[in-house]
Design a protein around this ligand. Sequence first.
Ligand SMILES: [Zn+2]
Length: 250
Amino acid sequence: MKHYPFVLFYLFCNVFIYAFQGSFWVYLACFLAFSTVVIWGSFDIGLGYFVNSITHKRTKIKEVALTFDDGPTEFTPQFLDLLREHRVKATFFCIGKQIEKYPETFQRIIADGHTVGNHTLSHSHSTGFLSAAKMTEEIKQCDEVMQRYGNITTPLYRPPFGVTNPNIAKAIKNTRKKSIGWNVRSLDTIINDERKIYRKVTRNLKKGSIILLHDTSEKTYRVLVDLLVFLEDKKYSTFTVDSITNSKKK
Ligand SMILES: [Zn+2]
């Protein structure tokens, strides 16, 4: 998988040379095709184009992972109450700066027995354009905040916006993280209709699915209320993401 960009680049160079002898439009079409593949590869975490991300668990039993990104926030405590009520453990990919804002909530996530993962210090909108050194800093500084407030270290990393590229791949390697993706996307930060979000998640659920949610709104909380009932009805149990990486070490 890792060599895909290079193979593609090689093929592109060949096409490029031919194209230059041909028309400008052939060149342009090739260039656009190449760019599309690269951009698509950067955003689609399931492709594993630049980084091999874990997107699901290989399992024969009916189990799924609930993952919550971008917290802790003011909404996180109610998520924790609900999960506790249902005796469900989840994985929280926390942003360093959010931990600094809500250190007690971060400590409660850990105390409640959930798994935490690194989601960078600042979740920068320019994540896709940062240098490998800057990306490494983003991850390391989040690690430091987690250590300071939670006395915890994590091998798990989730790329902000699911974006991966060669610089991010280097940063993941430098910090020895495991990149964690998803195969069920709720789009809960984009879609407003709670029923739509609920349907999107439940429709695509399979054994071993990793579900991407955000503990950043009342809306997602209400989706979770129904989702937990759905999981119980359909006899799904839940796993935390560290159970995949732990069993892989054996
Ligand atoms: Zn995020």
